[in-house]
Design a protein around this ligand. Sequence first.
Ligand SMILES: *Cc1c(COP(=O)(O)O)cnc(C)c1O
Length: 363
Amino acid sequence: MTDRVFNFSPGPAVLPLSVLQQVRQNMIALPGVGCSILEISHRGAAFLDILARAKADLVELLRIPDNYRVLFLQGGSRLQFSMVPINLLRGASQPADYIVTGSWGSKALLEAKREGEVRTVWDGGSSNYDRLPPSHESFVNQEAPYLHFTSNETVQGVQFRSEPAAGQVPLVCDASSDFLSRPISVERYGLIYACAQKNAGPSGVTIVVIREDLLDRSSHQLPGYLSYRNHVQEDSLYNTPPTFGVYVVGLVTRWLLDETSGLGRMDEINRRKAKQLYDVLDNSEGFYRGHAQPACRSQMNVTFRLPSDELEQTFLRQAHERKLHNLKGHRSVGGIRASIYNAMPFEGVTMLRDFMQEFRDTH
Ligand SMILES: *Cc1c(COP(=O)(O)O)cnc(C)c1O
């Protein structure tokens, strides 16, 4: 394991070492099955068991109520940008409401506009998405088919602490980059979606949690794959699901339950990890400038700038030499982005913190 680095990639991102070890150990033959997860039928008993366990673990971790269904789909969160309006907006008499807090929210909005009438109720673009709407503000049209928001903006590093007020309007959340990072009250949502490759598994599988009553909105005329109703009726086996991805998500949920004792504990650890880095920003007398307003800071993606592009290049190069990899910020924000998802070990964050302090002292 000596050649493993600390990987701060925004996604696909770091996975728990014990999960990777289990994947390696069972890659040739799953215990009791005698074939690889890559070789078995999605309709056979072995995979049905893996699917059922992954689902049951998610229900346990997130305390998902009985009137919700859990789906494992393909197409990433990008497909959800379209599937949400295709299923929930088509035929609606009022526009869907969107809160836009960063790059991903803007992309979700663009896709929804292709489907129907959409209203932007808040957009943080004028301050380059460094903040969130004030939490007391409620702007939702109570007739809207849904209100969409992005719980954590991966590029800008802004994260909601609690859900925006939606009244009776179904809340739809792109939770791609903070899914399973903390407890949430699922009953406040109509639909939650998250591609797995940030915090929950490998790319190729996307988790959707949908409230049952919303399934009635899916038109029977939709192309089969695009209908949530079909996926629920077939229990994620409408077509061949991403079997390997579901398997790894199941290992990650087990890791969360057995080795981390659930999402409350995970949240605590994530808070402590993020605080280490934000404290360096706050105590740097302006050397490090955080992108997000302090009240909106993400526990998953810590974004900041240095005094010059040149220093940022030096920072990235020297960090890389210390096995602190993939810290370059997204081009739209620039600077540095440290993605510190669940599986980033505490030790990796401490090493980055120490390096940041030292770098500032010498420059
Ligand atoms: C990564 C990401 C996406 C895009 O996911 P894909 O699986 O590439 O489609 C969407 N939303 C957020 C918040 C993300 O972090």
